[in-house]
Write a protein that binds this ligand. Structure first.
Ligand code: FES
Length: 99
């Protein structure tokens, strides 16, 4: 089942918005032209990531400052789990997620 999240024309560079989908909070981002859908929860201690700083391909969690590579999801300056990235799906002029 496709769940639409956003219209494609709204996905400009720097886009950032959270969505609730079946009890999960998701974060849709556009970084360097790439669309990313992440769980809005830091793998370190669960802080929401929608307030994180993004610099190039690096996301820095606002709570304790751990940095994550948005390409691999890996932490760069600490040992903890990886960002949870979800695949995006497309239907007409919408982007979303297949459940
Ligand atoms: S909760 Fe994100 S760095 Fe600790």
């Amino acid at each position: 089942m496709f769940v639409a999240l956003e219209r494609l024309l709204n996905l400009e560079e720097g886009y950032r918005r959270t969505f609730q989908v079946q009890g999960r909070e998701l974060l849709l981002l556009v970084v360097e032209g790439r669309r990313l859908l992440l769980e809005n929860s830091c793998p370190h201690r669960g802080a929401p990531l929608h307030t994180a700083a993004v610099n190039g391909r690096v996301l820095r969690c606002a709570r304790h400052g751990i940095e994550f590579d948005l390409s691999s999801g890996r932490a760069l300056n600490a040992s903890c789990g990886n960002l949870v990235q979800l695949p995006l799906s497309y239907d007409g002029d919408r982007v979303g997620i297949d459940l």
